[in-house]
Design a protein around this ligand. Sequence first.
Ligand code: GTP
Ligand code: MG
Length: 483
Amino acid sequence: MSDPNDRDRGGRRSRRRRGGPGSGVIRKEREYEEGAQAPTKPPIILAKPTNEQPGNQGNAGSAPRQSSPNSSLTRTTRHQEKPVVMLKSREERKSSISSHSKSGFNPPTVPSSDPTPSVNQPYSIQRTLPAHQGSNDVPGLNRLSGPQETSHAVKLVDESLQWCDGGMELLYDQTDFLVVGFLGLQGSGKSTIASLLAGNSPSDSQRKFVFAPQSREMRETCEHQTVGVDMCVTSQRVIVLDAQPLMSPSVLDYLIRHDKKYPAEYSTAENCIEMQSLQLVAFLMTVCHVMVVVQDWFTDIHLLRCLQTAEMLKPSTPASSHDSSTGQDDSADYYPHVVFVLNKANREDFNLQNFTTMQKTLENVFDNSRLRLAGSATLANGKSLPGLNDKTVDSDINLFLLPWMDSAKPETQDTILTFLPEYRGYPSFQTLISSLRDQICSISRDPLTHTSLSEKNWFHYAARTWDAVKKSQLMSEYNRLLP
Ligand code: GTP
Ligand code: MG
């Protein structure tokens, strides 16, 4: 029978042979054994990390024997004094954000240039903290973590049309971003389409939408859902803005019924709502690369007139220091791309003749406009609907049609028809919304001002613009002309 101590020593020898002097696993095992039982022989240290033997660099093979059994303890204690950095695998992180991924929403991620993404622990912690607590409880967290991830929009302009600073936390100091603003009349589907552009999928429950759409009760009581301006930032650095409805009867009703005080400069509540609508449009025209005008029927001439007036009243682009010193005029004023979306479109709306008539109408109304109304995003590119292409459609006005979402389609009363395959005559909602998203995201990102803005600078610029719009002399004069 062999002595178990011999066997143990033999095993240790063979492990040493297998592992070699650099094997971390064996070193750990040995340290454990040394710490657990008093060694009969002093342990042989074959190699130590260079940072633990400052005086012995390049001399690992001839490291002196550690005669004291406390040496391993000393090493362990020193090891514990080091800061512990916990690394989380991507899989773990994925599971923590699975609720977003399932909903199709891509939460903002740290760009590759940022040195922090490998340390995911603080980033995950930050997500679990309530927004009002922020990350101040954990020292150094602000420096380590990226902007907060949100699955819901934050307020940019609140109910009483005051600027909110919360959105700043979502933004980076980088210049490659796109700002897309949504506006239109009440209940036309602005928040729904904005959410779908921000990454939600039509199959998601409406509760998961980034911008809350109207509930059924709201639809039935003809109330509006969105108040002020909401903002969300996608991981592709698209800043999506969703505005409250323009010239909304529900906003007016709220103002009158709740006896809200409107500024004395407005003679009537109706004028107040009209001026607020103009301020919102003028603001979006100044700070957005793309303005999406959502309608659910074609068309309301008051909406189109509101756009024209806002174009006239919008603040001019601030001149660069070079321009002001040379006395150049403001001919280089910024004008955004404008895309008209007809939501909840019928089969007839996709018909070539109706489509071209709608385009013609928009072309005539905005004949003298400097807004970029053509060549940016259109259904007539021949890809989604072969019948609508550049050979059949003369105009390239930015008009896009979206049918009813399949899930929200009104139930047909005719039961026999539900068993028959449906003839749609147009591509599916999913295909069209993807096409719209692709086209909008690939629109050229022209500079909003004469100097290049980072996301954070854009936020400051937007705050200044909102202030300028509200205090605009031109707006006040226009208000005085209202009946
Ligand atoms: P406000 O913010 O109140 O002005 O509304 P909104 O313009 O943001 O419209 P919202 O996205 O809230 O949509 C209004 C209602 O229409 C919601 O109940 C949506 O579910 C519904 N809706 C929007 N788009 C579609 C669509 O394409 N098909 C169907 N069936 N319903 C839609
Ligand atoms: Mg809305």
